[in-house]
Ligand binder design. Structure first.
Ligand code: LLP
Length: 424
């Protein structure tokens, strides 16, 4: 079982390097990733035949490349993510395919790119089968199927059931097989992803649904994917799911299918959060400490432009303080942590529904650093330029060496492509 993260509220080091030195070297706000954590999480999942990284969680090419160098395959959900996979050194092709494009639609760029590079497609809508068949008949595809139920850490991350736009409805498989036949397309893979941040109870239900589906599709199937969705512990009381037990359920499903079909079935898992959440830390600097009636606010230089999960889902992230001086013996008090944006929802310590909550943190002042932890998944990638804030820098630590893997956006970058109307 993985070791649950360190929830102490003073953090002096990340990956063996001093937080305040990192902040001084790279500025703030900066995302720092510890490569060792990603490698550890990849190893946890080594029983699966293929670990396909859902790069939407963190698509910096240095992270994608790290996953590749440690044996992971990759998923791409857009033309941009295909470009990232290629830039990180993945070569299309292979069995199972190194890059899979999973989406509910093809935009024109994505369709052109999967055809050009012969990238395996996981179709999430019946229309995609025809669109691919028209331009690239005879290929093999995977079907992403919505089994009619789903579950996630928030309603916004549940990807199954009738309320979800994701996947092919489980009752429309025959129609999809007919569409595939029309273009000589073979359905070799089946995929189900019911939601993000779910639990073993819900994930386990997927095995039964997959088995039924595979038997109805038949012997062309050689690959099944359990999707992603594995939770991580954001809070001390959260528990990881038992990977061995989870693998056991899927392995039994796969073996029953192998016995029915008389050939090997490869079993994939497609995690995003599980691989990259815990490796990531968002370092910010406290720029003001304010008393608002009964509330003390730490106002930092990172906001929901850098980490949107609290405002979007009321997500909880561990927060710690890295004192700028060597003085680590501090009392604690209950504070609210907010960012710099001109919007009252720019609060990191909020609950779902926007309710402001307090967090017990060490006493800190202007100039101390504040570290938002478990921020490596759906952190930087969901960032924006709101309030014309440049995107943060990203740093990857490997073997106690810090590498800048994305330079902070400059103000020139920020204005690139914009123009005013011609003046008369
Ligand atoms: N596969 C598919 C088809 C997906 O849609 C997703 C996530 C994954 C795999 C990876 O799921 P994971 O293992 O990371 O749970 N922004 C939200 C999460 C959205 C997930 C979208 N799809 C958050 O910050 O919690």
């Amino acid at each position: 079982m993985p070791v649950v993260g360190d929830f102490s509220t003073i953090r002096t080091e990340i990956g063996g390097l001093s937080v305040s030195e990192l902040a001084k070297q790279f500025g703030t706000p900066t995302y720092v990733y510890d490569a060792a954590k990603i490698i550890e999480r990849l190893n946890d999942l080594s029983a699966f035949d293929a670990i396909r990284y859902a790069q939407k969680a963190n698509s910096n090419i240095a992270i994608v490349d790290l996953v590749r160098r440690h044996g992971g395959l990759v998923d791409a959900v857009s033309a941009g993510e295909i470009h990232r996979a290629l830039a990180a050194g993945y070569k299309p092709g292979g069995e199972p395919p190194a890059i899979v494009f999973t989406a509910d639609i093809f935009d024109h760029d994505a369709l052109a790119l999967v055809v050009e590079h012969d990238i395996h497609v996981n179709c999430g809508s019946p229309d995609m089968i025809n669109q691919l068949g028209e331009v690239a008949p005879g290929r093999n595809i995977t079907l992403r199927v919505n089994p009619g139920f789903g579950h996630g850490h928030s309603r916004k991350t549940n990807t199954g059931g009738e309320q979800s736009k994701h996947g092919i409805w489980h009752e429309q498989i025959d129609d999809c097989l007919r569409r595939a036949d029309q273009y000589g397309i073979g359905v070799t893979g089946l995929h189900m992803h019911i939601g993000s941040g779910t639990d073993l109870e819900h994930l386990a239900q997927v095995c039964g649904a997959m088995e039924k589906l595979a038997l109805s599709v038949g012997r062309t199937v050689t690959n099944i994917s359990a999707g992603g969705g594995l939770p991580i512990a954001y809070k001390q009381e959260d528990s990881f799911i038992d990977i061995e037990q989870y693998f056991g359920l899927w392995d039994a499903t796969r073996k029953r299918l192998e016995a029915s079909f008389g050939h090997k079935i490869s079993l994939e898992i497609e995690p995003g959060r599980y691989l990259s959440a815990e490796c990531g830390y968002l370092i910010a600097e406290i720029r003001a400490v304010k008393q608002m009636g009964g509330n003390t606010f730490y106002v930092v230089d990172a906001g929901f432009n850098n980490l949107a999960r609290p405002i979007m889902y009321g997500s909880y992230h561990p927060i710690s303080i890295a004192p700028v001086t060597g003085d680590h013996q501090r009392g604690t008090h209950d504070v609210v942590v907010g960012g710099p944006l001109c919007e009252s929802g720019d609060i990191f310590t909020q609950e779902a529904g926007g309710f402001v909550a307090k967090r017990t943190l060490p006493v800190a002042g202007v100039g101390d650093y504040l570290v938002i932890e478990c921020a490596g998944a759906y952190g930087f990638v969901m960032g924006s330029n709101y309030n014309s804030k440049p995107l943060a820098a990203e740093v990857l630590i490997q073997d106690q060496e810090a590498h800048l893997v994305r330079a902070r956006q400059t103000y020139e970058d920020l204005l690139r492509g914009e123009s005013v109307l011609p003046r008369d």
